[in-house]
Design a protein around this ligand. Structure first.
Ligand SMILES: Nc1ncnc2c1ncn2[C@@H]1O[C@H](COP(=O)(O)OP(=O)(O)OP(=O)(O)O)[C@@H](O)[C@H]1O
Ligand SMILES: [Mg+2]
Length: 454
């Protein structure tokens, strides 16, 4: 845009100088010349706007197209695409989407072409009117041949410059439409953020976390997922959350680290609403293995150190964390140990699902956090690995508060209290023996799983 503005100024200076010359011969002709170029400018900017609007509307379709392209080329989808022979389907879908995008674009370009042709013809008519007028004057002898040559030359060069200027102006107007989007984007503020004068998170936690009548509903969902959830997570306590798929366990995890705020009710930390604490400082207190943890295509060391990246060069700390999560065994097999690049995006070594999970687990130990959240931390671990993690887990210092989400009852037993989430509510709470004695949902789930092993 800056370059274009420079070019416009350049054109303006020469066009004004030339037009001034013409003005001395005939002010009317100068006026006609300028006016006849205006429709072209309007047409150009209208066309630019149409294209912008189309681009805006087409964005979701372009995203779909990009996604189909990724499905067809990503390693993550390769196995299924091959086995299910999805190439023809993906190719067809890609073709359909491209054709739709292409047809819509062609339609606008065709409209634009007709419009600018019609309007440019107007400008040319204006020019020819001037030529005819001066020619007529020259024939009648009112002006000299010299003036005729001068005027025709000026008209041609001024109109060329005017046209280029108007095209540049419309390009600038077009660019500024996209610029408005960019500025709007930068002005977006996250809905969840620290309020001014937010408190630092308490160190250490004194009363821990409390869910008080917490209800939650996703904006896109028609029903409440959590209804009046109440529980207390005391400092040093280890709670396991169990419940069927889609019951809201991961949602509770997200509420706890304020990726979401409750629709109703409050989550308290040491008696104060979570919203009163600095978001960044609150999250600094939490270490987590998410259900969909990330497989960083970085070195093995960095895969552990991401949870507290400022300590990435602290080898002793890395080794301790790797030891706790069993990742040390995996790393010892790697060609360059901690410095081995992992993942195939970077031509690194690929690991098995469980090995990746062990690395993800070591991030929790690496991070200096008071609350540890483990969402399905052992789903990919073999029974030996799970047992070993379980043994080491009990060495965790007593200051660490833990929330475990799991469907595996062998993992759930790492907790000292179990909460059962059912139909949006906490329906049972107690240790394993208490819940078994109760004979409700927990006991049923446990027996169902246990029966399969007998
Ligand atoms: N961003 C979202 N928008 C709308 N609905 C969502 C969103 N995220 C999750 N849900 C819905 O909320 C419900 C609970 O999801 P959540 O991930 O908390 O379940 P979960 O108990 O962790 O299940 P699982 O045992 O399968 O991990 C699901 O039915 C899901 O479809
Ligand atoms: Mg979940």
């Amino acid at each position: 845009m800056i370059e274009q503005i420079g070019r416009i100024l350049q054109l303006l200076v020469s066009a004004v100088a030339l037009a001034a010359g013409l003005f001395t011969v005939s002010p009317a002709m100068t006026f006609l010349l300028i006016v006849s170029a205006i429709p072209v400018a309007l047409g150009e900017s209208h066309g630019a706007f149409l294209l912008y609007a189309l681009n805006f509307v087409q964005t979701p379709l372009r995203r779909q197209l990009l996604y189909i392209m990724h499905l067809g080329t990503w390693r993550e989808s390769a196995k299924e695409v091959k086995l299910f022979d999805l190439s023809p389907f993906l190719g067809h879908r890609f073709g359909e989407l491209s054709k739709q995008l292409h047809d819509e674009e062609c339609k606008i370009h065709r409209q634009k072409l007709w419009l600018t042709t019609a309007l440019s013809s107007l400008a040319i008519l204006g020019q020819f009117a001037i030529y005819a007028f001066v020619l007529w004057k020259a024939i009648r002898g009112t002006i000299s041949i010299g003036t005729l040559t001068f005027v025709t030359g000026v008209v041609t060069s001024v109109s060329l410059r005017l046209q280029e200027m108007f095209i540049l102006l419309s390009a600038i107007a077009d660019g500024s439409l996209y610029l408005t989007d960019l500025i709007d984007f930068f002005a977006l503020k996250p809905k969840i953020r620290s309020k001014p004068g937010a408190l630092p998170a308490p160190r250490p936690f004194r009363q821990g976390f409390e869910f008080r009548n917490v209800s939650f509903q996703y904006p896109a969902s028609p029903r409440k997922l959590l209804i009046d959830v109440n529980f207390h997570l005391a400092p040093g306590e280890r709670i396991a959350l169990v419940g069927e798929n889609g019951n809201g366990k991961t949602t509770i995890v997200k509420l706890l680290m304020r990726f979401l705020d409750p629709t109703d009710g409050q989550i308290l930390l040491d008696g104060r609403d979570l919203r009163e604490y600095s978001l960044e400082d609150l999250r600094r207190q939490v270490g987590a293995v998410f259900q969909d943890f990330v497989r960083y295509n970085l070195t093995a060391a960095d895969n552990i150190a991401v949870s507290q990246i400022e300590h990435r060069t602290d080898r002793r700390r890395l080794e301790l964390a790797a030891e706790k999560s069993l990742a040390a065994g995996v790393i010892s097999q790697l060609p360059h140990k901690y410095e081995t690049m992992l993942g195939t995006h970077v031509n690194g070594v690929d690991l098995s699902g469980g090995e990746w999970q062990q690395l993800a687990l070591s991030r929790v130990y690496f991070r200096d956090a008071q609350l540890l959240v483990l969402d399905e931390p052992t789903s990919a671990l073999d029974p030996f690995a799970e047992e070993a993690v379980f043994q080491r887990f009990s060495d965790l210092s007593k200051e660490r508060t833990v929330l475990i989400v799991s469907h595996r009852f062998s993992t759930v037993r790492m907790a000292n209290r179990i909460l059962v989430l059912h139909d949006g509510r906490i329906t049972e709470s107690g240790d394993h023996d208490q819940l078994m004695a109760l004979g409700h949902r927990y006991a049923k789930m446990f027996e169902l799983q246990a029966r399969r092993y007998q």
